[in-house]
Design a binder for this molecule. Structure first.
Ligand SMILES: *Cc1c(COP(=O)(O)O)cnc(C)c1O
Length: 488
């Protein structure tokens, strides 16, 4: 697979780069992102052949279609990381909630959020590439709560790779913060940043494209990469579970092969939803992709009106912090796929310079043929968690945002909601919604909610409260560069 750039080429970089090059160096011309030069199609009979495949086999069959420049045995080892999930045979189980409503439980990995699904194999691939090149890499991650723990875990003790993880102070749950700051591997560094997630992500983007920072790294024989979903390496692994969910519905007899599903995705940076979009382009029968937001509902407005407008907006802290995002990076890849590189460059520079852009009527029609969107307020999130629990099922606040979406078209089409995190990462919100006991600490809320709902708290979460804090540094965005160089 070759990768091309969403904003076209500036003449200073090659017109196409290999997948591994795009993964190692994710900055493209004009500040764009890398995308596959061509999306493959599922060959005739593919879904029938894969109907009973286990997850790792399905994943390698899908990735084979892309012809990544990664040796087969390395890919195999990367996918073997799924053996750390609760059930190695079925790392991503699908739960049926009602006749036509399913939940794709994406959170059974080591850090209890869906980020593990992509970051675990991504970590294995990047480590392999660094080791074969004998080059030292620095992976920078900005996190609104779940990318950080998942990235740190994925690179623990990897030779040739160091990780610096930036999180907004006060912008994550206690569990998420403890997952990061109690990491002990010496190749990992965690920095609290005074600011919100967009400030943190912007600081990261500025560093990724800073020539002086690059020069400092070059002096230390270190190359820079990024683990955010701006990295195409992550998107590759985020298509597969949508296909796996589809096959699971066929195996249960809910669907005949060829019939459609809707996929409903709690969205922030739009990586998960882009994975569904690519799966649809591969030929998976997806009718609509439903985009759920919290009160930071810039995507709801965009999909309903064609206007992406940041002018009247500030990030609001909500019950679903991993979705407290206004600049949704992977929308750019969607714009590219629908409207091409020139239009993408125009729209993205309008967003940077004027803080808004608008699609024309025809473009909006194209977008709405595929996507629909809605959002949930915090009060609605609590109601949905409560209502779903009264049916005997526990969801986290991010997943809850998906329950507000009115099905746009045919109610007979089964819908698969992506459950993006386990409730254990956000237990105080659960305690408020289910038990009407607000204000508890994470530890106490975990205990009470687990007892009231009869849900287990996995060891990965229970253990972090007993570990010493290793990473205490909290700094302003302009001190990040120095702190990183210090760590290196
Ligand atoms: C990252 C994350 C999201 C948002 O996913 P995107 O791919 O960035 O849209 C939603 N929920 C949870 C729990 C997450 O960790």
């Amino acid at each position: 697979m070759q990768c091309i750039e969403t904003r076209g080429n500036d003449g200073r970089r090659p017109h196409q780069v290999s997948f591994s090059e795009a993964m190692l160096n994710p900055v493209a011309s004009f500040g764009g992102l890398y995308v596959p030069a061509r999306l493959p199609r599922l060959p005739e009979g593919f879904l029938t052949q894969q109907l009973h495949a286990d997850y790792a086999s399905l994943a390698s069959a899908v990735l084979d279609l892309y012809q990544l420049d990664i040796p087969a045995e390395v890919l195999h080892q990367a996918l073997a990381r799924y053996t750390q999930f609760d059930d190695p045979q079925s790392p991503i189980p699908v739960h049926q909630l009602a006749d036509n409503l399913f939940v794709n439980e994406l959170y059974h990995g080591p850090t209890r959020a869906f980020k593990d699904i992509a970051l675990q194999p991504f970590g294995a691939l990047l480590s392999h590439l660094a080791a074969t090149r004998q080059e030292q890499f620095l992976v920078l991650a900005a996190t609104s709560g779940d990318t950080g723990p998942a990235t740190l875990h994925a690179f623990r003790h990897c030779p040739w790779v160091k990780v610096v993880c930036l999180y907004p102070v006060g912008g994550t749950s206690d569990v998420q913060r403890l997952q990061m700051v109690t990491e002990t591997a010496p190749n990992l560094c965690v920095l609290g940043i005074h600011g919100d997630f967009d400030d943190t992500q912007n600081a990261l983007k500025a560093l990724l494209s800073s020539d002086t920072f690059q020069a400092q790294l070059a002096r230390r024989n270190t190359r820079l990469s990024a683990a955010n979903s701006v990295n195409i390496g992550r998107i590759m692994f985020q298509q597969i579970y949508h296909i796996a969910a589809y096959l699971s519905l066929v195996r249960r007899g809910t669907l005949q092969l060829g019939e459609s599903i809707n996929i409903n995705v709690p969205s922030g940076n739009f990586g998960n939803a882009l994975g569904a979009y690519y799966a649809r382009k591969l030929g998976l029968p997806i009718d609509r992709i439903l985009i759920a937001s919290n009160q930071n509902n810039v995507l709801t407005d965009f999909i309903r009106t064609g206007r992406y407008d940041l002018r009247q907006r500030q990030v609001i802290n909500t019950h679903a912090p991993a979705m407290d995002i206004l600049i949704s990076s992977n929308i750019e890849r969607l714009l590219f796929d629908l409207f091409g590189p020139e239009r993408t460059r125009t729209l993205m520079s309008a967003l940077t310079q004027e803080r808004h852009y608008a699609l024309d009527a025809q473009e909006l029609t194209q977008l709405q043929a595929i996507f629909a969107a809605d959002f949930a307020t915090d009060a609605e999130v609590r109601t949905y968690m409560h209502d779903v629990f009264s049916q005997g099922y526990v969801i986290d606040p991010h997943t809850a945002t998906s329950f507000g979406i009115q099905h746009p078209a045919d109610r007979n089409i089964p819908t698969v909601i992506c459950a993006t995190a386990e409730w254990t990462k956000f237990s105080p919100t659960l305690a408020t919604a289910l038990l009407q006991t607000p204000g508890l600490s994470d530890a106490e809320a975990l205990r009470q909610v687990a007892a009231a709902t009869n849900q287990p708290v996995p060891a990965q979460i229970a253990d972090i409260f007993h570990r010493p804090v290793q990473h205490k540094m909290q700094i302003s965005p302009d001190a990040i560069e120095a702190a990183i160089l210090d760590f290196l």
